[in-house]
Design a protein around this ligand. Structure first.
Ligand code: KG4
Ligand code: ZN
Length: 341
């Protein structure tokens, strides 16, 4: 079965061709530089960029996969959640293409696709669900922080999420307070590697609360006050590295502690993680270390698939078709606020 998948929910324009669980092509055009000037994603600009970039990106994916549109068995796109005008571009393009080819069309929940992205690995990248185990899945990105129980393939339940800022947002906003470029997550990752994570002590919000929710805005505020009271610190590179390491440690400690606790509580033996923040080396190392310590197997999304991509959309769409789930109605609409349940 061969599918074309499109992803345009935020600031990455992506198209992928997937065949029988294999990623034949996954082309991603990032708009990070465009939005960096504004310190965050500007929805209208994102939509215009998607409009401009989607045709060449889709062409490039088909070309790289050596697949012609006539060879496609289905077309899929992210239906939500995401920025409405951005979502519309990929969703309507995929719908029109499916209509023109007279093939099934699938609208995919972006977060559900993240849930299964850790099962895509290897070179060339391919999904391997033969090793699937019930798991606790952590999704951490610029817009979302979710802890999900994945009891079986295509069967999941959200346990908790952030009640304010997402983990990636916390990286980006605290980095901005330090004067770092947007998105600050990767910069903090680099600087933190040269810093002392115990140099400064920041709160670990909700770490010991009984629920599976997260909160990062208090941590951001405490970094704001810390910098206000110690402005000279920003002129000392080593202290900035220490600050980055300390903030990063606070974020990671909460994420890892609550993930492990949920895994124990639900009796699963496997932990998975995906989303842009999963690129963070300290988070990857800490998850490795802690999962090993507690006897959990760990599947981290491949670094190429942590940030938004159409490959994960295509893989989930193919699983759904194979499982006999009905394609979307030809006139289905985007669901910008589609929450994973
Ligand atoms: O998944 P993603 O590409 O887009 C969203 O759906 O939000 O994630 C982007 C987020 C940004 O907040 C960015 O700062 C963060 O992921 N990020 C990182 C790293 N790489 C990306 N955060 C920490 N360390 C990184 N290495
Ligand atoms: Zn995402």
């Amino acid at each position: 079965m061969t599918l074309l998948a499109l992803e345009t929910s935020c600031d990455e324009t992506s198209a992928a061709v997937v065949r029988d669980g294999q990623i034949l092509a996954n082309v991603v055009s990032s708009q990070i530089e465009l939005h960096a000037e504004y310190g965050g994603v500007v929805p209208e600009l994102a939509a215009r960029e998607h409009l401009k970039n989607l045709p060449p990106v889709a062409q490039a994916a088909l070309h790289a996969a050596a697949i012609s549109p006539a060879q496609l068995d289905a077309v899929a796109a992210t239906q939500g959640p995401g920025l409405p005008t951005a979502l519309l571009v990929g969703f309507k393009a995929a719908q029109a293409m499916a209509f023109a080819l007279n093939k099934p069309f699938l609208g995919i929940n972006h977060h559900e696709a993240h849930l299964y992205s850790p099962w895509i690995s290897g070179a060339p990248l391919a999904a391997d669900f033969s090793k699937f185990q019930p798991n606790i899945s952590l999704i951490v990105s610029g817009g979302h922080t979710l802890l999900v129980l994945v009891a079986a393939e295509l069967k999941h339940r959200v346990l908790g999420g952030t009640i304010d800022d997402a983990a990636g947002e916390c990286f980006d906003k605290t980095g901005k307070l330090m004067g770092l470029a947007y998105p600050a997550g990767p910069v903090i990752d680099r600087l933190a590697a040269e810093g002392n994570p115990r140099a400064y002590n920041f709160p670990r919000p909700l770490q010991h609360d009984a629920n599976d929710d997260f909160s990062f805005s208090g941590l951001k505020t405490s970094v704001r006050y810390f910098i206000r009271d110690n402005p000279a610190l920003l002129d000392d590179r080593q202290k900035v590295c220490d600050l980055c390491a300390s903030v990063q440690a606070a974020i990671i400690e909460v994420l890892v502690a609550k993930t492990i606790r949920a895994a124990k509580r639900h009796g699963v033996r496997c932990v998975t993680a995906s989303g842009g923040v999963t690129c963070n080396r300290a988070l990857r190392n800490e998850l490795e270390r802690t999962c090993h310590h507690h006897g959990f197997s760990l599947r981290l999304a491949d670094k190429a698939l942590c940030t938004d991509n159409a490959a994960m959309i295509g893989i989930l769409a193919e699983r759904k078709l194979r499982a006999g789930l009905a394609p979307a109605e030809p006139d289905a609409e985007i669901q910008p606020g589609w929450r994973l349940e």
